[in-house]
Design a protein around this ligand. Structure first.
Ligand code: FE2
Length: 110
């Protein structure tokens, strides 16, 4: 059984996964508009992977009898300096920290 703290951590983690998906979607849109169809496709593949992760958390919360709460998504950047922009090629930040929070919460039993 999940505690309320664990459910909160999982809901927040799901939000991070969905933000990552949203950011990759924005990167795909930028790349497409720059004529970089291969980049656009690659970012869209990443979008689907992040949504898959979000849905795994969604299904897990429900399977454990918890209540999924969808949180507001931040607006991702929509423009980059160039396709070589370091941020454009980087992994969305924040997700590993939430894995750590969930593990800590579970191990402390709170
Ligand atoms: Fe992910």
């Amino acid at each position: 059984m999940l505690t309320e703290n664990m459910i909160d951590a999982l809901n927040e983690h799901m939000n991070k996964e969905m933000y990552s998906a949203y950011l990759y979607m924005s990167m795909s849109a930028y790349s497409d508009s720059a004529g970089l169809k291969g980049f656009a496709n690659w970012f869209m593949v990443q979008y689907h992977e992040e949504m898959f992760h979000a849905m795994k958390v969604f299904e897990y919360i429900q399977a454990q009898g918890g209540r999924v709460k969808l949180l507001q998504l931040d607006e991702p950047p929509s423009d980059w300096e160039s396709p070589l922009d370091r941020e454009l090629g980087g992994r969305p930040a924040g997700v590993p920290l939430d894995y750590a929070r969930g593990v800590k919460s579970a191990s402390e039993g709170d």
